[in-house]
Design a protein around this ligand. Structure first.
Ligand SMILES: NC(=O)c1ccc[n+]([C@@H]2O[C@H](COP(=O)([O-])OP(=O)(O)OC[C@H]3O[C@@H](n4cnc5c(N)ncnc54)[C@H](OP(=O)(O)O)[C@@H]3O)[C@@H](O)[C@H]2O)c1
Length: 196
């Protein structure tokens, strides 16, 4: 039984042309150096407090593998002790107790397992898993951080999404880093339709 108070958010950062990584998975372009004088500043204390409101993360195996590579390079594990569900059909190495692997349909995982147990559920990528989540109508909200860069080609925010999904714009924020954050509600009042 789905918890009516649970909330599923998809969040990623992308280039202005809608890519979350290069075709080969590199995200070397993600640290940008723009300055926007009229922007808001992100207070680290606010970010820390905000991250504490997230009850669980969900990610695809390729995103997990990128996170492990970052950790090996000394950048740390971005998800703290928060429960993290990794979608994979392979046997991947489990590096911490907070990580759990899952294979199969996404809907029973989200509606049958995550929604009853967690209030704030964050899908953190990549493009393939985000598209699956949106296509199945499992997301309540999309947060899209647009970075001030164009990279020309790569893995899309919603990789191979085959439906139109109407959204409602809820919030727009510009930051001193040149990043624009868009927050959308996924409109449940209108059924998604196949793209033609
Ligand atoms: N810019 C950002 O904010 C951001 C955020 C996240 C990721 N990224 C980047 O995006 C890239 C990864 O994105 P991606 O679209 O290629 O891959 P992804 O969505 O991270 O992972 C896709 C993989 O997850 C597994 N999977 C998905 N659904 C499944 C299901 N229902 N059951 C079992 N396994 C399932 C499959 O792999 P198996 O072969 O393991 O089954 C699938 O190939 C990386 O380069 C990462 O760095 C960027």
């Amino acid at each position: 039984m789905a918890n009516p108070d649970s909330h599923v958010t998809i969040h990623m950062a992308a280039s202005l042309d809608g890519f979350i990584a290069r075709k080969d998975g590199r995200v070397d372009w993600i640290e940008t150096s723009d300055e926007f004088a009229g922007g808001d500043t992100l207070d680290p204390g606010f970010v820390e407090a905000f991250l504490k409101t997230i009850d669980c993360y969900v990610m695809g195996s390729r995103t997990y593998e990128t996170a492990l590579r970052f950790e090996k390079q000394g950048f740390g594990w971005s998800y703290g002790d928060t429960r993290t569900f990794v979608l994979t059909s392979r046997e991947l190495s489990r590096t911490r107790d907070s990580v759990e692997f899952y294979s199969g349909d996404l809907a029973p995982l989200v509606n049958g397992r995550l929604r009853p147990a967690f209030h704030t559920i964050w899908f953190v990528g990549g493009g393939m898993l985000s598209a699956e989540c949106l296509r199945l109508g499992l997301a309540d909200e999309v947060r899209y951080s647009i970075l001030p860069i164009v990279i020309g080609d790569g893995i899309s925010f919603f990789e191979k999404l085959d439906r139109d999904v109407p959204l409602h714009l809820m919030e727009v924020k510009g930051y001193t880093s040149g990043t624009v954050e868009l927050r959308y509600e996924v409109r449940k009042d209108r059924a998604t339709s196949p793209a033609t």
